[in-house]
Write a protein that binds this ligand. Structure first.
Ligand SMILES: Cc1cc2nc3c(=O)[nH]c(=O)nc-3n(C[C@H](O)[C@H](O)[C@H](O)COP(=O)(O)OP(=O)(O)OC[C@H]3O[C@@H](n4cnc5c(N)ncnc54)[C@H](O)[C@@H]3O)c2cc1C
Length: 463
């Protein structure tokens, strides 16, 4: 059946639903198409479920350390994985349900279930329905990349999606990929009680970060008993002889050439869900990796088609996808010329302690050759962290020597994912660091040491 709408939204990730609400609120008729679970990655297989499980892992770890605080639990700590999963499911599925309910009751909006495919630049097909609109918004997100490792076709493996079904304790979880997703799962499952090995082809973990950050995170993970195998060349996989486990060939410079485990998790990056959208029929351009090319307002090369969220390759986070929505409606409905380049990079890695990141790394600043100042403070000199018995990590900030603007920061420590926003907001204000330097923060907090750190800046040495 052919139906006409003012707008079609493909995908209910972090941009689509809010966009549908604003468009329908502005009086447009909107078709919303979802092929799987409402809420997409963040709600079902990404942020929400992983952070919910990380909370369980944190409690397990704190319970194990209870005697450090003078608290006796009187027995070994055990984790009930079925209960961990049930708690995760309740929170994640509740979010997805609420979202579906919101969309189904949205005025002027019609929900279609199924995979959308372009017929041409104004027509989309979903199952037996043909939908036509002058405005089409693509918010299809991405999925785990499965690399063509030797033997992978014959080896059972997990991804961030299938990990969500795990309600048992893997005896030994081997994680290929030492980046953000892999490291969160590594610490989580180690704390649940699994043996964990992280295999990384690079010479260090999360290699986009500064070396001191990578090293500190590796030390934190190793201190909990996680095995880290770096410089892993020619990674290969096969089933163990008994058929019940996996063997990963790592061919590292040091250590055993193979790691034998019970389960394998692939966490080596993500690819956009653009390969089966029929983009060629609408003549929408993508880059060589399949990301949809967009301009500063998330407009594709085809007038009337926008791409938002992970699928445009301009961000890989829930907050960047949501910001894409804000940019699109600001330009389309609010006469407000917001643009992608207004956005300052920021994200967190939810290991414990977490890493809060904004702006440039120290390494990136050095590459620009500009004169800069560096502030550094170990968490062991942050009273609040010491009192909490969680003083691993350090805080680091880089400031432009001429303007005094904060160029970037890496805070690895207690509550760093929250504390980093003090710096981020000053960066958005384009105010000099002295604004924070002179501010009086509450005692005892981690944030109270930001002014102190900024009062002890030293010249950044460029080798
Ligand atoms: C393990 C993990 C942990 C993460 N943790 C964090 C975190 O802590 N913080 C953070 O900011 N980000 C995190 N992310 C990233 C975050 O989940 C994504 O950046 C975020 O979900 C934005 O996605 P999106 O809006 O682009 O689309 P998605 O959320 O991926 O949603 C896309 C939707 O489109 C649907 N779809 C796809 N193709 C079609 C089609 N042809 N027709 C109809 N529907 C279709 C999909 O089913 C899906 O529902 C994490 C990711 C992973 C994998």
């Amino acid at each position: 059946m052919l139906s006409h709408f003012d707008a079609i939204v493909i995908g209910t990730g972090q941009a689509g639903p809010s966009l549908a609400a604003r468009l329908s609120g502005a009086g447009m008729s909107v078709a919303i198409i979802e092929r799987h679970r409402f809420g997409g990655t963040c709600v079902n297989t990404g942020c929400i479920p992983t952070k919910t499980m990380i909370a369980s892992a944190y409690v397990a770890q704190t319970a194990r350390r209870a005697s450090t605080y003078g608290v006796n639990l009187g027995g070994a700590v055990t984790v009930d994985m079925k209960a961990v999963k049930a708690r995760k499911d309740a929170i994640s599925q509740g979010s997805s349900r609420d979202l579906e309910d919101w969309l189904r009751h949205m005025k002027n909006a019609t929900v279609f279930l199924g995979a959308a495919r372009f017929e041409d630049a104004t027509t989309v097909r979903v199952n037996a329905d043909t939908l036509r609109a002058d405005k089409i918004f693509i918010n299809v997100g991405g999925r785990a990349y499965v690399p063509p490792l030797s033997g992978i076709a014959q080896t059972p493996f997990l991804t961030n999606s299938t990990m969500m079904e795990v309600d048992f304790l893997p005896r030994h979880l081997i994680i290929v990929g030492g980046s953000y997703v892999g490291l969160e799962f590594a610490q989580m499952f180690r704390r649940f009680g699994s043996e964990v090995t992280v295999v990384e082809k690079d010479s260090r973990l999360i290699s986009r970060e500064d070396e001191d950050v990578s090293d500190a995170i590796r030390e934190i993970l190793q201190s909990e008993g996680i095995q880290v195998r770096l410089n892993a060349n020619c990674i290969s996989t096969k089933r163990a002889k008994d058929g019940r486990g996996v063997i990963v060939g790592v061919d590292c410079r040091e250590g055993e050439p193979q790691v034998e485990g019970s389960h394998l998790l692939l966490a080596v990056g993500r690819i956009p869900n653009t390969d089966d959208l029929g983009l060629d029929r609408a003549a929408v351009e993508t880059d060589t990796r399949g990301y949809i090319k967009v301009d500063e307002q998330c407009r594709t090369n085809v007038p009337g088609i926008w791409a938002l969220g992970d699928c445009n390759g301009r961000g890989a986070f829930t907050h960047t996808s949501y910001n894409d929505f804000e940019i699109v409606v600001a330009n389309l409905l609010d006469n407000d010329p917001r643009k992608l380049s207004d956005r300052i990079p920021c994200y967190a890695l939810y290991t414990d302690p977490p890493l809060g990141r904004v702006g440039m790394t120290e390494m990136e600043v050095k590459k620009t050759g500009r004169r800069a100042l560096l502030g550094l403070r170990p968490m062991s000199r942050v009273g609040r962290a010491v009192e909490r018995g969680e003083s691993q990590g350090f805080m680091k900030v880089v400031v432009a020597a001429d303007s005094g603007e904060i160029l970037g920061a890496a805070l690895l420590g207690l509550n760093a994912d929250e504390v980093v926003h003090s710096l981020l907001d000053v960066m958005y204000a384009h105010a000099p660091y002295t604004l924070v330097r002179r501010a009086v923060h509450i005692h005892p907090t981690v944030s109270e040491l930001l002014p102190t750190m900024l009062g002890e800046l030293k010249a950044l040495q460029v080798e």
